[in-house]
Write a new protein. Structure first.
Length: 202
């Protein structure tokens, strides 16, 4: 759950709507992107993933356990149209951060990736961290806040980082701005008091 929450912070800080959907959904076609961190089994989702036209990010730990929660041999992700294989995994102590080339770091969990997919990100030591075949990506580590923010910015550009405490939810005809902080926030031409809500037509 902490892994998912870290990603959600990166998305919500940019005012992006977040849906947490079941793996038995009929289609993902309505979504601009799908992130699936820590999805330990893919057995029932392969056809569903194929319905997405935008970026898909799997990992870390994707498809590494079977239905009995036994570690798969070989490890995942073993998914169609993505030539990536986890060769080895590491649990990292809190003090052990692995810097990423270009910004951000890996914490808590790191996977050693192999395969013929394109390498998008590497660690400072040159090991692949983010690999891609087309729109399908595999992330081999638990990112820090900077890393999650960078990933979201690269896959879903043109979103401004919101002031601390301010959140945005976009529905059919309105944008709803919510100030979760204890002080007034000025943003985008309006002023929002502490614990206040403002909505505008779109």
């Amino acid at each position: 759950m902490a892994l998912v929450l870290d990603l959600c912070r990166g998305l919500s800080l940019r005012g992006l709507n977040i849906d947490i959907g079941p793996t038995r959904s009929e289609s993902l076609a309505a979504y601009k992107a799908v992130f699936a961190p820590g999805l330990l089994q893919l057995d029932e989702t392969q056809d569903l993933l194929a319905t997405l036209s935008g970026p898909l990010v799997l990992g870390p730990r994707t498809n590494t356990r079977d239905a009995n929660f036994t570690i798969r041999t070989p490890l995942g992700p073993k998914t169609e149209n993505l030539d990536v294989q986890i060769a080895m995994t590491e649990s990292l102590p809190p003090s052990d951060l692995h810097s990423i080339e270009g910004g951000g770091a890996v914490q808590r969990w790191l996977e050693h990736l192999e395969g013929g997919a394109d390498v998008v990100w590497t660690l400072k030591d040159g090991r692949p961290l983010l690999m891609r075949d087309g729109a399908m990506h595999y992330l081999g580590g638990w990112l820090d806040a900077e890393g999650w923010g960078r990933l979201v910015d690269e896959l879903l550009p043109n979103h401004t980082v919101l002031p601390k405490g301010l959140r945005l939810r976009t529905v059919d005809k309105h944008r709803v701005w919510i100030n979760y902080s204890a002080h007034t926030i000025e943003h985008n031409g309006f002023k929002l008091g502490a614990a206040d809500v403002f909505w505008e037509d779109i």
